[in-house]
Design a protein around this ligand. Sequence first.
Ligand code: GLC
Length: 755
Amino acid sequence: MTVQERVEKLLAQMTPAEKAGQLTQYFYFRLPPDAPGPVLEFDRDEQPRMVEARLGEGLVGSLLFLTDPAEINRLQRLAVEGNRFGIPALVGFDVVHGLRTVFPVPIAMAASWDLEVIEAGQAVAAREARAVGIHWAFAPMVDIARDPRWGRIIEGAGEDPYLGAAVAVAQVRGFQGQEMGTPERIIAGPKHFAGYGYALGGRDYDEVDLSDSQLWNVVLPPFRAAIEAGAGNVMTAYMDLNGIPATGSGWLFTDLLRDTLGFDGFVVSDANAVRNLVTHGFAADLTDAGARAVNAGVDMEMAISGAAYAHLPEALEAGEVDMAAVDASVRRILAAKVRMGLLDDPYVDEDRARQVLADPAHRDVARVAAERSAVLLRNENGLLPLDATALGSVAVIGPLADSPRDTIGPWVFDFDLDETVTVLAGVRARAGGDRSGPGAATPDHAVRVGYARGVPVVQREFPSLFDMFGGNTPSDPDGFDDDAEFRRAVDLAAGADVAIVVVGEWQNMIGEMASRSSLELPGRQLELLQAVVGTGTPVVLVVMNGRPLDLRWPAANVPAILDVWYPGTQGGTAVANLLFGDVSPGGKLPFTWPRTVGQVPMTYAHTISHEPENQARRYWDEASTPLFPFGYGLSYGRFTYTNLTVDEPSTTTRGTVTVSVEVANTGDREADEVVQLYLHQRHGTASRPVRELKGFERVTLAAGESRTISFPVGPDERRYWNAAVRDWVTDASTFDVWVGGDSTADLTTRFEVTK
Ligand code: GLC
C-alpha cells in the first residue's frame, strides 16, 4: 500500500475523538525532584499522570521532552496499546545543536559560514536523536534577528536572509537526509513562522509589526529555502503578527505557508500557543481556540496541559470547524508517521542507543565545528597564536572558563557534563602537560597553567523552565569572597607570561525568556578585565556569548579577542587548538556587532536615506557605525583580493553575469577565508539596501596560494519583493558589486542590467 492508502484506511475508521487525539502533542515532564516549583502552571506529578491516562485512551498523537530510550519505549507502548489501530506517537524534541554530543550554539555554527560543517553537525544530532527514539527536531530556528536584546538571536543564523537561507538548507539536509524517512535521520521543523525575531523592544514574545517588504525580502527567504529543501514540519510563532496571533492566522498558515510557499508537511503550534489564543484576547475559550487554530491550518497542538484540541469534538458538533479541516490535519500527521516507518517499527533498540550516543566520531565532528565557528575579532601584533614552547606560565581567568554547563550553552537537555571540555581543561590539556583530559596533547614542554574565577557568577532572580531542565550555571563555591578572589586573579595574571581572560554571558542569560535591556558584560567582568590588562601582562580575551556584547573598551585595549560562542562538548579542546595555533580561526560574524545597545536594531543592509554623507554619525553621542561589521573575522593568514571582473559588462533583466575575483593568502601559514559578494542596485522602482550579501564561499588557502572564485549574479540574486506593486521585480539598473572578507569590502566593479 502507498503512504496515502495506509492513511486513508486508518482515517476512514477513526472517531472524532481519535482524530483529535492524533492532533494533540503533550509535553511529558519528569521534573527533577529538587526543581523549584511551581514555575509551571501544573502540579509536577499530575502532568505525567494525565498524559499517561490520555495515552491509554488513544488521545495523544505525539510527545515531547523525552530523551531516554527506555522511557520512550515505555510510553510508546502505552500509545500503541491505547488506540484501536496501534498508531504510535510521534516523538519530537528540541534537538537544536546536538543531543548528547553538544555542538556550538546555532549562531556559532552560522558564524562558520561552512555549510558542510553545519550539515554534518545536524546529521550527528539526528543520528543520536533517532537512536534514542526521537523522530523530529523542533529545528532549525530560522528567525532573522537584528535586535540582540532578543535572547533567541542565539538560536538562529543572525541578521541576513541570504546566509540564513543557506544555513537553513544545510540544517534541513543534515536532519532529514535526502528525504523524510531516511534511516538515522529525523524530521526537520523550521520555526517560528513567522517574524518572531522582530519582537518589539527585543522583548521575547512581544508583538511584531512587520512591513511586507521586510516579511518577503528578509523574514521569509530562510523559511522558503527550508521548505524547498523538503522540511517536513513548520512550527508556529507565539506572538501577534500585525495584530493577529500567528498561531490563529489562516493567512499565515494557509494562504502564505501552504498556498504560496507550497509547504506540504505538517504544522505544529508552539508550546501552549493554541490555548493562549484565549490569552491574546483572540479566542473566546478553549473550544473556540482549537477550532480557529485548525481552521488556520495548524495541524497539531503542542500542549503542556489542558489541550484545546481535546475540545475539537465539541467544536465539530457546534459547526465551528469542519470535519474536512480536521481530516486534512490528521492525514498530514498520519502520513508523517507512515513515512518515518513508525507503523512498522515504533520502538528503539536501547542497547544500540547507548552505542550511538557514545560514538567518539561524533565528538570529533563537534570539535571541528567549534574550531570553524570561532571568530577572531582582534589580533594586534600577532599576539595569537600563542607559542606554548615559549611560555612559562599562563593565567586562565573568569568563571566561564571553568564551567562545563556554560560551555555547552542553552537549549541542551541530554548532555554529559563530565565529558564537556572547558576552556581551562582544554588549555591545560594542550599546553599544561595535563595528559588526563579528553583531547590531551602531549607537549614536550609543560606550561604552568594557573586558574582564578576572579568574579562571582551572576544568577537569575528566578529559576526558569530552562534552568530546571537545562541545568543552571553552578553558583559560587562556599565562602567565595568577591574582593579576595578578584585580587587573587589579578595577582595570578601579574605573575604570568600571558593571561587568557574568558568573559561573556552565563548560558541562562540568553535564549528563550532571556531578553536583556543591556549588552554590557554582566557583573564585574569588565572591571576584572581592566585590572588584568592593568598588570601589563599580555591579555587574550575569549568571549562566550550568543549575542553581540558591549566590547567597546576591550576592542580598544585588549590586543587579542577571540569569540568562541558556547562551543559545545569539545569546546575547550577546540579553543586551545585555536589559541595555540593548531588551527587558524576562520569564522565570520553572522550579525552586525553594535557599539552599544542604544544603536539597535541595526543591520548592514540598510538603505541610503537623507544626507548619506553623515550616515556614520546619526547620533549626537555615538557613531552610528558598528563596532565590528557583518561578515567580519580575522585569521592567522593574510588575504588579498585582486582582479575583480564581470564576464559581461551588461545583461538583461533575465540574464546572468559571472563575477570573479582572485584571492591570495600572503600570510605565512594555511588559513581560511570566507569570500563574500555584496550587491547594490543604484536606482529602480524601490530604495534598495546599500549592500546585500548575494554569494559566499569559505576557502582554505596555503601560505602563498591564490585562487580565483566565481559567483553567478542572475535574476535570483537581483530580484526583490516590491511593496508598491506587491510582487517580485527585477529592475533594469546599474549594479555595484563588492567582493571581500566582510560587508565593508571596498574592491568593487559594476555592470548594467537593461530591459
Ligand atoms: C518553546 C519554544 C520552541 C520550542 C518549544 C518546545 O517555548 O518557543 O522553540 O521548540 O517550546 O520546547
